[in-house]
Design a protein around this ligand. Sequence first.
Ligand SMILES: [Zn+2]
Length: 233
Amino acid sequence: MRALISYLRHFLELVYPNQCHACNGNLVQGEELLCTSCLYELPRTNFHKTPEINAVAELFYGITTVKYATAFYIFEKGSKFRHLIHNLKYKNAPQIGFVMGKYFGSELQDSVFKDIDLIVPVPLHPKKLKTRGYNQSERIGAGLSESTTIPQDTQTLVRKIFTETQTKKNLEERRKNVESVFDISNPLRFRGKHILLIDDVVTTGSTLVACADEILKIEGTTVSIACLAIAKH
Ligand SMILES: [Zn+2]
């Protein structure tokens, strides 16, 4: 029965896509993904207003060099916004990444983040990309790129090793698990650039540290970080 309900819900979402992903209310023209009232209620962090001192930036203090860091909103388990991330990652809904990225980008436009040279999503291993069909961070980056006009690069930072899921690991294990997982295919493309790394939800930041460390080996690079959400502990 549960499977049937889930199937029907999924089917209805495909037939009637114009429902708010938070309250299920109908969307009117001009609204995308979230109705105006839910978009207003989204628990924003506003970290872009204090880009060097906030809960995302703190994850990297003393570990790697990050210039600015932010997350669009707070991801909380019981919240009405929880489906956004879940559907983006596991329910074949890449448009969530793109639209949320656009909303996020429009808020970053008047901040220090507007001076960044390149948007670079945390890459997926080709095997994972094949099974999921898209890279959710790349979709967020595409939305950000659309509203900020900063170009996105998906070719240069690559994931060379397939890693298991990080969720069951502690911080130490997570760091070890992602060490030397990433590589740079063409360092010249990043040389002298200020790069904005994109991830979906940040928890410990260990994947982002591994990416940043790899990028910072290239001469003249600066790394900043923007995540769609920060997980509330
Ligand atoms: Zn709504």
